[in-house]
Design a binder for this molecule. Structure first.
Ligand code: HEC
Ligand code: HEC
Ligand code: HEC
Ligand code: HEC
Length: 450
């Protein structure tokens, strides 16, 4: 989370809770935990952003009054959304030139390695006449190649389910959304930012599904009409599912024969960056009870695991215990060797699947909010967030909890969180030499609920 990110978040997340309907939070989401191929690799032709941008379709300059959708989605995406404004363009800047040069690429804007995440890099034979790679992360990179659903969705008679059968990607389903966003914001078995790419200069990445959903400038409104057509997961379920799928992705990579290893070393991008990258002038090591590790050992990046320990312990005590044991085993495996490491990652893969299914079929309500917030505060008090990545996830978790609280009519709780939360974001502003003391002080201002 760079300074830039912090400013973006500070401004944007605070307005979010108000704009998302109260109704949304109260309706349970069905939780269709079914796997849909992510759009880039789907079988349908990608028609191109211009096909969506007609003024009577999604290219209106202002929202239409009598329409079920806003119809100015294109303007929002092309003027405010980093997927439209920057994702492809940054591949032409000096930073990308340097990364490309360091990796021995001719250039970044023509390399699949970069385009896979910075554009809608569908295979060449799946690109329609109006498709332009320079559009960046276009509509169909998230909503799916429109070949089959374009016709029926323009006719206006197709239901959302009909559209999905015709290849529209289920972006409203938190499981499908998490799979989609994380495919670029962390990577998957087909595209991945390795430590080699980081070493070449790629910025560090972080993600939390509910917070990032909130700070992507919304080109849709969750109103009564929307709720008639679509099921909406509340922020807590979205957060929980996002964490479980992020864990799945991370341990998937750790256990993978081609992605988990880089010569003598395990893939370093899966470990806490600051376990290696920090100045030696001011020693920062301190024990973290949940890891069981002594000083001088490289820590697996367990920021998602820390959040999941809180959620799983609340939802299913036994599962919480299993998760904590498996987490410790993964940390400890680093001292035992490659086989122990892979076995520990594989064990967590199964637990991650169980967690996704649990969270997708559970309604998270008002009582959960207090319990989860207390859980995060307890971990903070136990000094579990002394790594930047953990503190960052805890901060985004409290931001998800605060917006969910507000939308469930618990405005006082949300207010009590928001002040300290801003200070927590401030403490994270600088990655190098971040302010752990400031973070702890901010979090301790939030009082647990009895
Ligand atoms: C697995 C997906 C993925 C791959 C592969 C990838 N990137 Fe990125 N890149 C991202 C994401 C996501 C961000 C935004 C990170 C954030 O803000 O959290 C990003 C950010 C960047 C930025 C900073 C953008 C800004 O606004 O400051 C640059 C520059 C960049 N990438 C260049 C590259 C280049 C060059 C390549 C190819 C060598 C590449 N990326 C490969 C996903 C990827
Ligand atoms: C980075 C991913 C992403 C991109 C790019 C994107 N969308 Fe979306 N879109 C979403 C998400 C997430 C939602 C909210 C969940 C849902 O309703 O499916 C959404 C919702 C919508 C909706 C539904 C509104 C409703 O009331 O049902 C429309 C229409 C839409 N997007 C059109 C577009 C168009 C047109 C573009 C390109 C100009 C675009 N989107 C680009 C992710 C994306
Ligand atoms: C095809 C790859 C891809 C997909 C899918 C994708 N993103 Fe992104 N996203 C990017 C890239 C690349 C950037 C960085 C753009 C830049 O700064 O140049 C980015 C940037 C962002 C940012 C701005 C982050 C910042 O640092 O300010 C947010 C928020 C975001 N994405 C949310 C989402 C959400 C939510 C989803 C899923 C609905 C999603 N993204 C799906 C590639 C993707
Ligand atoms: C196990 C230790 C270790 C971990 C964990 C680790 N790195 Fe590295 N990193 C290294 C080493 C060693 C180098 C090579 C240093 C050199 O070339 O001087 C390096 C190089 C880099 C460089 C290039 C630095 C330069 O001066 O050009 C960047 C950027 C980087 N790493 C980012 C990351 C990020 C981001 C993470 C976490 C996602 C991470 N590293 C995790 C050990 C680590």
């Amino acid at each position: 989370m760079t300074g830039k990110r912090q400013n973006g978040m500070g401004g944007l997340w605070s307005g979010f809770a108000i704009s998302i309907g109260i109704l949304a939070a109260m309706l349970g989401f069905g939780g269709g935990a079914w796997a849909q191929t992510t759009p880039q690799y789907g079988k349908d032709m990608h028609i191109g952003v211009t096909s969506c941008a007609g003024s009577t379709c999604h290219g209106a300059t202002s929202p239409w009054e009598n329409s079920t959708v806003l119809q100015n989605e294109y303007i929002t995406w092309s003027q405010k959304d980093p997927h439209g404004t920057k994702a492809y363009k940054v591949l032409l800047n000096d930073e990308s030139k340097r990364i490309a040069k360091n990796l021995g690429l001719a250039n970044a804007h023509e390399a699949d390695l970069c385009l896979d995440c910075h554009a809608d890099n569908a295979p060449k034979n799946k690109r329609g006449r109006f498709f332009q790679i320079s559009d960046g992360v276009g509509c169909e990179a998230c909503h799916g190649g429109a070949e089959r659903w374009l016709g029926i969705h323009v006719s206006g008679v197709a239901s959302h389910q009909d559209n999905i059968k015709a290849g529209l990607y289920a972006t409203e389903d938190p499981v499908a959304r998490a799979e989609l966003c994380l495919s670029c914001h962390f990577g998957d078995d087909k595209k991945f930012v390795t430590h080699q790419i980081m070493g070449a200069g790629h910025p560090r990445m972080s993600f939390e599904l509910d917070t990032f959903t909130a700070i992507q400038p919304a080109h849709y409104v969750v109103d009564k009409d929307y709720l008639k057509r679509k099921k909406v997961a509340n922020g807590i379920r979205t957060w929980a599912i996002g964490q479980a799928i992020a864990l799945k992705r991370r341990v998937d990579a750790a256990a993978s024969p081609d992605r988990g290893w880089d010569g003598l070393f395990p893939e370093l991008v899966l470990f806490d960056c600051q376990a290696c990258h920090h100045p030696l002038t001011a020693p920062t090591w301190q024990p973290r009870p949940s890891t069981g590790l002594s000083p001088g050992v490289v820590r697996f990046d367990d920021s998602n695991l820390l959040m999941l320990a809180v959620i799983a312990s609340h939802v299913d005590g036994e599962l919480g215990v299993t998760l904590k044991q498996q987490t410790k085993a993964l940390h400890g495996s680093v001292l035992k060797g490659a086989d122990a490491y892979k076995a520990a990652a594989n064990a967590l893969k199964q637990t991650a699947d169980t967690l996704v299914a649990k969270f997708a079929s559970r309604n998270f309500g008002k009582d959960d909010i207090a319990a989860l917030m207390n859980g995060v505060l307890a971990e903070a008090a136990a000094a579990e967030f002394s790594d930047y990545a953990g503190a960052e996830q805890a901060t985004m978790a409290l931001s998800a909890i605060s917006s969910a609280a507000r939308s469930m009519g618990m405005g006082d709780l949300a207010k009590a969180i928001d002040g300290p939360l801003n200070k927590a974001y401030d403490s994270l502003e600088k990655y190098d030499g971040w302010d752990y003391a400031g973070f702890r002080a901010a979090i301790s201002e939030i009082k647990p609920i009895n």
